[in-house]
Design a binder for this molecule. Structure first.
Ligand code: AMP
Length: 227
């Protein structure tokens, strides 16, 4: 059984785990997880007409023009799998997009994930990878047996440039600036629910389910578990 019309927007800073939460909620409630960033990356990969149009913006980390994003989301939400609901992730990012969305879809709730900067920085900057075999570790949550050494091939582990603490800090600042008006937009409409997400996903996902339940959206009975 699918839940009736659960139309969500997820907002949260980079590194908070929003994608993980969205995938889990998508599975539990049987509604699609729609990430505009993922859509653009796929289109670029396939070099479609849309992909070619948005490539330069995405590669530079600049916003894709509103008209293009709005059209993409509008078309996506008309697909059959969105009939019972959806999770929007990465959209809206501008007031123009939020205004447009309001005209073509009803939104039931907007979940605003937050955590102290230190927690996010620790989470993101703890991520290290093996440049040789691609194995991924977390210095705190999934450490290699020997510090900075790959368990599988013994190579020295590295941190991706994007995960350096200074870079993460900068991305958090950009996020705050970009999303403050959107958060305000939905808070004013009484749709915003703040969700503290300092803990790991196995704790945050059940918390999200509880929040949804409290707002009249219990998980469908067929959902196996909310873990
Ligand atoms: P994300 O994975 O959400 O960080 O998105 C990756 C990139 O896709 C962004 O840096 C933008 O270039 C583009 N993008 C994704 N969503 C939007 C949006 N709602 N408005 C404008 N550009 C977007």
């Amino acid at each position: 059984m699918l839940v009736q019309n659960l139309r969500l927007v997820f907002i949260g800073p980079p590194g908070i785990g929003k994608g993980t939460y969205a995938s889990a909620i998508s599975r539990i409630y049987g509604i699609p997880h729609i990430s505009t960033g993922d859509i653009f990356r796929e289109e670029i990969e396939k070099q479609t007409e849309l992909g070619k149009k948005v490539e330069s913006y995405v590669k530079k980390g600049e916003l894709v023009p509103d008209e293009i994003v709005i059209e993409v989301v509008k078309n996506r939400l008309q697909k059959e799998d969105c009939k019972e609901g959806f999770i929007l992730d990465g959209f809206p990012r501008t007031i123009k997009q939020a205004d447009a969305l309001e005209k073509f879809a009803k939104i039931d709730l907007v979940l605003n994930f937050y955590a102290p900067d230190e927690v996010i920085i620790e989470r993101v900057s703890g991520r290290v990878v093996c440049p040789n075999c691609g194995a991924i570790y977390h210095l705190k949550f999934m450490p290699p047996k020997e510090p900075w050494k790959c368990d599988k091939c013994g190579s020295k582990l590295v941190r991706r440039p994007d995960d350096e603490p200074e870079v993460v800090k900068k991305r958090l600042e950009i996020y705050r600036k970009q999303f403050a008006p959107i958060i305000e937009f939905y808070r004013k409409r009484g749709l915003l629910v703040d969700v503290e997400a300092s803990e790991l996903a196995d704790k945050v996902v059940p918390k999200i389910v509880k929040v949804l339940e409290e707002h009249g959206f219990p998980p469908p009975r067929s959902a196996e578990s909310c873990g």
